[in-house]
Design a protein around this ligand. Structure first.
Ligand code: EPU
Length: 341
């Protein structure tokens, strides 16, 4: 186990915010996670559990304890294919999620390709239900192993226990800060069933003259699309999509559609539509603009960036300015997806 005091978190948040925490603890196994929770006292609180800090905005020094699983690759194929062709892949929480996707594609295990290049770790995939290009982590999560912080008990949660929905899970709501996740087991398939219907996947494949992509070709295409749109945190600090896409009633959608013909949307159910927040922010003229050292990315308005040396407070100010403008133009409140602490 690693233990540090007054520790700088610059390398632990992709926004590149220069902030410290009072205590920092890193666990490298289930055994260490159990030991770690046994050491915690009231004086260590509040707790902040992070992976690679790729969905985190620190607004100042953290007056509590930051806990993280060790970042290392660990993935084990648990079962040989069953008659249905499903294979279970058990991964350490601190494994970089994209390394799991790469491992899966290399070993002929399918279902994760559309989640290629999403930043972050395995543990976070189960907390945030990360998603992209028509796929979500909950489509492939079989079960989650975790240590309960107050008791040290090692528990296993099924996919249904986690109550997944769009960017949501029990770990983000009523179970917030209650568990240290140690492993996530994904259920993948030996049969490749590509999902190509989202956004410009088909168009990009057509440009490359690929009619029937292999899993490797699909993964590479998703990576290209992401790289073209999303900023590289190594060059410009960011946490991916800063806001969630709001879900509105059909009546609200119809009112907007009359005012903004061609408004992009995704149907959620018979009564609800999801409106891309990035489109609304773009319509407000924010794309590419800055406020102090915080900015709106010039190729995807849903992403706020650190133009260099920004404080967390500057990013929050930009967030609030953007939210105000979206509300006054569209009458819709948008909410951060990023964990602001
Ligand atoms: N749009 C604009 N201007 C912009 C951005 C988007 O007009 O600046 C329009 C696009 O043209 C498109 C629509 O808005 O019609 C949706 O854009 P996009 O396909 O880029 O997806 P998104 O809804 O903005 C979501 C996820 C992303 C994920 C993409 C692709 C959320 C909060 N974000 O973004 O996830 O990569 O779909 O599947 O759901 C992340 O979570 O960090 C992330 C990057």
């Amino acid at each position: 186990m690693i233990e540090r005091y007054d520790y700088n978190l610059l390398k632990h948040n992709t926004f590149g915010i220069d902030a410290k925490c009072r205590r920092f603890l890193e666990y490298a196994s289930t055994h260490e996670a159990v030991q770690l929770v046994g050491m915690l006292t009231e004086a260590d609180r509040p707790l902040l559990i992070i992976g690679q800090g790729s969905n985190l905005l620190l607004t100042g020094d953290y007056q509590g304890t930051v806990i993280t699983p060790q970042n290392r690759f660990e993935a084990e194929i648990l079962t040989q294919p069953s008659a249905s062709g499903q294979v279970l892949l058990r991964c350490w929480a601190g494994t970089t999620f994209d390394d799991v996707v790469e491992f899966a594609v290399t070993h002929g295990l399918y279902g994760a390709e559309n989640l290629s290049l999403i930043p972050g770790e395995v543990g976070a995939s189960a907390v945030q239900n990360i998603g992209a290009y028509g796929a979500e982590a909950c489509d492939i999560i079989h079960h989650v192993e975790a240590v309960e912080i107050t008791t040290g008990r090692v528990l296993t949660f099924s996919n249904a226990d986690c109550a997944y929905s769009y960017r949501q899970s029990r770990f983000k709501r009523e179970w917030k800060d209650r568990f240290l996740i140690t492993h996530v087991t994904y259920q993948l398939s030996r049969t490749f069933a590509p999902r190509l219907d989202y956004g410009n996947i088909r168009a990009r494949l057509a440009e490359k003259q690929i009619g029937h992509p292999t899993a490797r070709e699909l993964r590479e295409t998703i990576i290209e699309i992401r790289r073209a749109k999303l900023p590289d945190p190594e060059k410009e600090g960011n946490a991916g999509s800063f806001f969630m896409n709001p879900v509105v009633s059909r009546a609200k959608y119809e009112e907007l559609e009359a005012r903004f013909p061609g408004l992009p949307h995704y149907t959620v159910d018979a009564d609800h539509e999801k409106i891309p927040a990035g489109w609304m922010i773009d319509q407000c003229g924010w794309k590419g603009r800055s406020l102090g050292r915080a900015g709106v990315h010039d190729r995807q308005a849903l992403v706020l960036v650190n133009r260099g040396g920004a404080t967390g407070q500057e990013i929050v100010q930009l967030c609030e300015a953007v939210r105000r403008d979206v509300f006054s133009k569209f009458g819709i409140e948008i909410h951060p997806e990023v964990n602001i602490r």
